[in-house]
Structure formats: structure tokens, C-alpha cells
Design a protein around this ligand. Structure first.
Ligand SMILES: [Zn+2]
Length: 279
């Protein structure tokens, strides 16, 4: 079974914990090139959910992603969570991003991921905006409780999502939802989706979660940020908790990703979504 490998393409300046002067923190190019080399090594095509500012600043990086056969999705223009956005702002950002992508590579944008997985009952309006703007799928539902985000009672498997039902109870909704991978253990749902969790948690948990998805017959969605594999992260004024979340084990993350890429099969979100829609 092909699972879904996604990259949230953003820079150090886009992290949630950063306050005050952002300065020049750009390392997205070097970290993404390392990720691309690793994906090439295992011949994996991935989905990159791109922040508009990164596409604007590094059009040549977008061209490389496109030429290598990776998919371009949208991750908002300036990485503002949906909680701090509104329908008209999201609509404007989508139009701006689509035009930018058309100018750079001439392709369509069909998938979305909200910053900080900020799609929940309070931001379900985003589904309507995405549908109206021609999107086919969303991958923002984090079906576990964390201290910032999460929809713990949402389906763990891909499903149809609508504004009225973000949990996955409808036969057919507006968009296909690709929830992030969690490992269900007793009454708990442990995030096994990537990012901070892949740096923190043992790889065996990810393997168990992937194997369970295979048994259940549906692909898992995992994600990584370029900064998750930074060998020499910039020193930022982000408080103790922020430092733990963003710096912990960035040197060990790429090795863990490589193990998963070598032992399991991964591909782009859109290829699964087209099959899902086609029945
Ligand atoms: Zn993000």
C-alpha cells in the first residue's frame, strides 16, 4: 500500500512560537534540498504544502519540485492559522497563490493544509472556501488531542468532509479529507504523523501505526518540515517550551524518515485522492 508523504514547505520565520523581530532566518532552501535528495534516493514523489511567501521568494525551488514530479499544495500565504483568518482572507490568499503557481510552473493547486492543523469546528467555513476555489482535498484534520490543535473524535481514515460534518460521518461531502496519522492505543490517540513527533517518539510507534493502517486498508498521511531536519538550527527567542518543540532532535530526524522511506511505500496525496473520488 502507498502511504502519503507530505512536506509543509515553510521556513524558520513561520514557526508559531516566534515573537518580535523575525530577522533573516531563511534556511528553507538548504534543508529542502536535503529532503529532495532523500526522496530521490528512495524514488518517492511527495506532496509539498507550500507557504505563499516561500514560493514568492524561491520560485526556482518550486520549479525543481515540479520537474521532479512532486505535487504542489497550499499552506496559506503567510502561515496564519485559520483561527486568525476569515473566509475573505483565505479566498484572496488562494487566488494570489494560484496565480503565482500558474506563473512559476503552470500547474493547478488541488490540496490544502492549514497551518497548525487549525481546521476544527470553529473554522469549518474553510471547507466551503476551498470547495468554491476548486480544491479536491484537505489534509488539516489532526485526529488526536494536543495542547494546541486536534479533532480527537474525527475519523482516522481518509473520508469525505463537509462544513456540516468535519468528523467523517457523511457518505459524500465537499472535499476528501486526509487526516494525519495517529496510533490508537487503548483509549488514547498518539500522534504518529511526523514533524515534532517523529523527532521525539520512537520509530517503532510509527511503524506500528503504518502497519495498522495497512491492515485497515487505508493509507496513512505523514508530514515533515524542512526545519525538522536542520543540522544547525538558528538560535531563536522562543521560550523553553518552544525551544523543546522546535529544536528537539533535528539531527536525528532525517535518519528516521529514511528508515520509513526504505521500509514502506509512499506517494503523493493527489494520486490517492483521484482514486478515492473515482471509487
Ligand atoms: Zn506549517
Amino acid at each position: 500500500m502507498k502511504h502519503i508523504f507530505s512536506v509543509d514547505l515553510e521556513d524558520w520565520e513561520h514557526i508559531h512560537y516566534l515573537k518580535g523581530d523575525r530577522g533573516n532566518l531563511s534556511k528553507v532552501l538548504s534543508n529542502t534540498v536535503r529532503l529532495l535528495d532523500t526522496l530521490d534516493k528512495y524514488n518517492v514523489k511527495a506532496t509539498f504544502f507550500v507557504v505563499g511567501e516561500v514560493a514568492e521568494n524561491y520560485p526556482e525551488l518550486l520549479q525543481v519540485l515540479h520537474e521532479k514530479g512532486h505535487e504542489i499544495g497550499f499552506h496559506t500565504y503567510r502561515h496564519i492559522p485559520l483561527w486568525n483568518s476569515c473566509p475573505s482572507r483565505l479566498r484572496e490568499e488562494i487566488m494570489l497563490f494560484k496565480k503565482l503557481i500558474k506563473d512559476i510552473i503552470g500547474g493547478e493547486v488541488l490540496g490544502f493544509r492549514a497551518p497548525l492543523f487549525s481546521l476544527d469546528d470553529s473554522t469549518n467555513w474553510a471547507i466551503g472556501v476551498l470547495k468554491e476555489q476548486g480544491f479536491l482535498y484537505d489534509s488539516s484534520i489532526f485526529p488526536a488531542k494536543t495542547n494546541i490543535y486536534g479533532v480527537p473524535n474525527a475519523s482516522r481514515k481518509p473520508y469525505w468532509i463537509s462544513e456540516e460534518d468535519i468528523l467523517g460521518g457523511s457518505a459524500e461531502g465537499s472535499l476528501v479529507e486526509l487526516p494525519l496519522l495517529v496510533y490508537k492505543f487503548l483509549a488514547f490517540r498518539i500522534p504518529a504523523a511526523g514533524g515534532f513527533y517523529i523527532r521525539l517518539l520512537p520509530l517503532s510507534l510509527f511503524k506500528k501505526a503504518l502497519e495498522r493502517s495497512e491492515k485497515e486498508g487505508s493509507p496513512a498521511t505523514i508530514y515533515i518540515h524542512p526545519r525538522d531536519i536542520d543540522q544547525n538550527p538558528p538560535r531563536l527567542n522562543i521560550g523553553l517550551f518552544g525551544r523543546f518543540v522546535v529544536y528537539h532532535n533535528t539531527r536525528g530526524a532525517l535518519g528516521k524518515v529514511e528508515t520509513l522511506l526504505s521500509e514502506y511505500s509512499f506517494g503523493r496525496a493527489i494520486d490517492f485522492v483521484e482514486k478515492f473520488i473515482g471509487g
